[in-house]
Design a protein around this ligand. Structure first.
Ligand SMILES: [Zn+2]
Length: 165
């Protein structure tokens, strides 16, 4: 009987140790989850802040974050070009007016009713009058470069005065 008591004491001791370390693990996990939760909240807020700033300063070509803004804008333009490519792969096209994906051979956009033959002709004229290159990446970059060049002339003194980081 004495032996059994000793043995059961040892057992409950082991059990206590296990439950202690289990409790510690549970507490750690809870705290880590809380930290992760806070970090997610912060990241979401930072993302919203960044989006709001980007929306308010999309046209900025001067200022501390103008480089980042230009990079984001260029990525958005690249996405538009990729969407056009995707539509092409699918055998479809993008309505130049409303951006809907539509069949290539329709005369009018089924969504907004745009005259697609006219829109295609206008776009062609735009391209031939602008430049003779048909490279889509250059087409996408061109307006941004022109914009930046136009702005840098007027903003030259201020951008010289402000040291670039
Ligand atoms: Zn449309």
């Amino acid at each position: 009987m004495g032996l059994f008591n000793k043995f059961s004491d040892q057992l409950s001791g082991v059990g206590k140790n296990i439950s202690n370390s289990t409790q510690q693990f549970v507490n750690e996990t809870k705290i880590q989850a809380a930290i992760r939760d806070k970090k997610n909240t912060i990241n979401e807020a930072l993302l919203n802040l960044g989006r709001a700033y980007y929306t308010a300063h999309t046209e900025d070509t001067d200022g501390e974050f103008s480089g980042t803004i230009a990079a984001i804008r260029s990525e958005y333009q690249a996405i538009e070009d990729l969407k056009k490519q995707l539509s092409g792969v699918r055998g479809k096209t993008i309505c130049p007016k409303c951006g809907a994906e539509i069949d290539k051979d329709v005369a009018f956009c089924p969504k907004c009713g745009a005259n697609l033959a006219e829109a295609a002709r206008a776009e062609k004229e735009d391209h031939t009058s602008g430049s003779d290159t048909s490279d889509t990446a250059q087409d996408a970059a061109a307006p941004l470069q022109e914009e930046a060049a136009g702005q840098s002339q007027t903003d030259a003194p201020s951008s010289d005065a402000k040291p670039q980081k």
